[in-house]
Design a protein around this ligand. Structure first.
Ligand code: ADE
Length: 227
């Protein structure tokens, strides 16, 4: 999978080189490129934002600059993901759907967001005909300083679903079998007693039928507790 991310803070996305994702990139399973939006600003001050038409607080990111940055990245079969608190809420099914994509482009907005004509432009039928889709996505009902952290959340959730990225693909199979709210059961490892707290007896029994039942109940209890 190819991933491009456009931001005014390229360093914000540097952690994507670490851990599982760093390894996936060196193995050629994922290719991530970060682009500096400001390098596409053509005025003397390299400005990326301006005051909003109609007035109001804050600044809006300029459509021209975003257009220059996105035009060379958007090719047939690209999914353009615009991060915004007003977008569709990101969840595991959305992660699974993005994991099947060939090419994801993340537009990390700052300030009061990106001039809405950027979304409108790449949503036009000539792009749809090339299988180019635009998604406005939020990672939750809170407002971040910008889309960078949201992009990282989505990239991490999506790339671990790509075959070969996870060391143990069994964990993905297990997750996807947990239908409703796939909150997992609690886990324990050795020693069987820690600071006076024992591991639940059933897990030491070797009875896998009963263990599965216990885990299902525990996952259910957790899910109910967290609504
Ligand atoms: N930008 C600011 N807040 C955001 C959020 N909750 N999700 C995605 N992008 C954002």
């Amino acid at each position: 999978m190819k991933i491009d991310a456009v931001t005014i803070f390229p360093q914000y996305l540097e952690p994507l080189q670490l851990s599982l994702l760093g390894k996936a990139q060196s193995e050629g399973l994922v290719e991530i490129t970060i682009h500096d939006l400001r390098s596409f600003a053509t005025d003397n001050h390299h400005s990326v934002d301006d005051t909003p038409y109609g007035g109001g607080a804050g600044m809006v990111m300029k459509a021209q600059v975003w257009g220059e940055a996105l035009d060379p990245l958007i090719t047939p079969d690209t999914d353009l993901i615009i991060l915004t608190p007003a977008g569709k809420k990101f969840d595991q099914p959305m992660a699974q759907s993005f994991a099947r994509a060939r090419h994801l482009v993340f537009a990390c907005g700052r300030y009061e967001g990106i001039d809405d004509r950027v979304r409108m432009y790449y949503s036009q039928s000539e792009f749809m005909e090339q299988n180019i889709r635009v998604h406005e996505v939020s990672i939750g009902d809170y407002v971040l300083g910008g889309g960078e952290v949201a992009a990282m959340v989505i990239i991490e959730a999506v790339t671990r679903l790509i075959p070969g990225v996870l060391g143990n693909p069994e964990s993905i199979v297990e997750e996807s079998h947990m239908a409703e709210g796939f909150l997992e059961y609690p886990n324990f490892t050795k020693p069987s007693q820690w600071r006076g707290i024992p591991v639940p007896e059933i897990l030491l029994s070797g009875n896998h039928g009963e263990i599965d039942k216990w885990r299902a109940t525990q996952a259910d209890l957790r899910a109910k507790k967290n609504v």
